[in-house]
Design a protein around this ligand. Structure first.
Ligand code: MTE
Length: 317
C-alpha cells in the first residue's frame, strides 16, 4: 500500500518470500547478535510465547464457516503481519507498537443523515449478541488469510440509528491521536484514516462490524476495539479502531483514494481481472503457503455481484 516511501512492494522481503521462511529468517537473524536480536526479538518473543493469551475471550453465539472450508490461518500470523500505518509501515510494526493504543473507554459516534443519531460504548456492543464468521481476507498487496472474525452484522447495527432516505453512503473514521498513535506524526497518510461504503454495501449481510477474532477481543494491531470487515473487498477497506460512523448523501473521501486515486478506487472489490497499475491482482499467496493461488472474483463471495449490476468494474475499481 505504501506509495510515498517504498514504491514497489515487490521489492520487500516479506512480499517475495513465503511467510514461514520470512519469519524463520527473522528469528534466525535475531539470534545472530545483540543488535539484531534487539530488533527482531519483540516479534519473535511475542509470537512464540502464548500468542493472544492476554486477550479477553468473547461470548460467541452463531458460528458460520464462510471461507469454503479452507484452513484457518494461524493466530500468530494474523496478529503479527499487519497494515496499521498509525503504528508504522512495516508488517511487524503494529504488533510491536500498538500497545500504546488505549481501547477503554471507547465510544463510537453514529450521526449524519439519520433520525436517531447517538453514540455507543464498546462494552455495550460486546455484551450484545456476537457471531463468528470465518472469512477470507485479501490485501491488494496480493497476500491473503482466512480469519474467524467475531462481531455483528453492520446492517442491523446501522438500522438502530434510523438512516433517512438521504443516507446513500456510510463514512467511517479511525481514531486520530498522535499520543497513542506515534506514526501519525508523520505524513505517510492523511489522518485520520477514512473509509466509506455505499449504503447497500454497508447493509449487506456479509458486512461485519468486527470486535474480535479467534474467539477473543481484537489485538490492538488488528484494529481494536472495533473495525470493519468487508470480505469481498481489498483489506484496506477494513478500517480499524473506528470512532465515528456517519450516514452521508454523497460518496465520502477515503484515505487511499485520496492518496492515489488511480491505484485505489472507492469500490476496491477484489477483482482478478482488474490489475492494480503497479502489480497484478490475478493471483495471491495465502500467508504460510508456498505457492500462489488464483484470486477469485469478489474474493469468492459471488452473492455480492448483484450490488454492482450494470456497473463497469474496470471504471469503478
Ligand atoms: N485502518 C487504519 N486505521 N489504518 C491502516 O493503516 N490498513 C488497512 C486496513 N485498515 C489500515 C486500516 C490495510 S492496507 C489492510 S490490508 C488491513 O487494514 C489489514 O488488516 P489486518 O492487519 O487485520 O490484516
Amino acid at each position: 500500500m505504501l506509495i510515498r516511501i517504498l514504491p514497489p512492494h515487490a521489492l520487500r522481503e516479506s512480499e517475495v518470500t513465503p511467510e514461514s521462511i520470512y519469519l524463520n529468517r527473522r528469528r534466525f537473524l535475531g539470534g545472530l547478535g545483540a543488535g539484531a536480536a534487539a530488533l527482531a526479538l519483540p516479534l519473535a518473543a511475542g509470537a512464540a510465547e502464548a500468542p493472544g493469551a492476554a486477550l479477553a475471550p468473547l461470548k460467541v453465539g452463531t458460528r458460520r464457516e464462510q471461507a469454503g472450508g479452507e484452513k484457518v490461518s494461524d493466530f500468530d500470523t494474523v496478529s503479527t503481519y499487519n497494515n496499521f500505518y498509525e503504528f508504522g509501515t512495516d508488517k511487524d510494526d503494529p504488533a510491536r507498537n500498538a500497545h500504546t493504543l488505549h481501547t477503554r473507554p471507547w465510544t463510537v459516534v453514529v450521526d449524519g443523515e439519520c433520525e436517531a443519531p447517538g453514540r455507543v460504548d464498546i462494552d455495550t456492543l460486546l455484551a450484545g449478541g456476537l457471531e463468528e464468521r470465518i472469512y477470507r481476507h485479501r490485501c491488494v498487496e496480493a497476500w491473503s488469510i482466512v480469519v474467524p472474525w467475531v462481531g455483528l452484522p453492520l446492517g442491523g447495527f446501522l438500522k438502530r440509528y434510523k438512516p433517512t432516505s438521504n443516507a446513500r453512503y456510510v463514512a467511517f473514521e479511525t481514531l486520530y491521536d498522535p499520543k497513542q498513535m506515534p506514526d501519525t506524526r508523520y505524513g505517510v497518510l492523511d489522518w485520520p484514516y477514512l473509509e466509506g461504503l455505499r449504503i447497500d454495501e454497508a447493509m449487506h449481510p456479509l458486512t461485519m462490524l468486527t470486535v474480535g477474532m479467534y474467539g477473543k477481543v481484537l489485538p490492538n494491531q488488528n484494529g481494536a476495539p472495533l473495525r470493519l470487515t468487508v470480505p469481498w473487498k481489498y483489506g484496506f477497506k477494513s478500517i480499524k479502531s473506528i470512532v465515528r460512523i456517519r450516514f452521508v448523501a454523497t460518496q465520502p473521501p477515503t484515505t487511499w483514494n485520496r492518496m492515489a486515486a488511480r491505484e485505489y478506487g472507492f469500490y476496491s472489490n477484489v477483482n482478478p481481472h482488474v490489475d492494480h497499475p503497479r502489480w497484478s491482482q490475478a493471483k495471491e499467496r495465502r500467508l504460510g503457503e508456498l505457492f500462489k493461488r488464483d484470486t477469485l472474483m469478489f474474493n469468492g463471495y459471488p452473492e455480492v455481484a448483484s450490488l454492482y449490476g450494470g456497473m463497469d468494474l474496470k471504471k469503478n475499481y
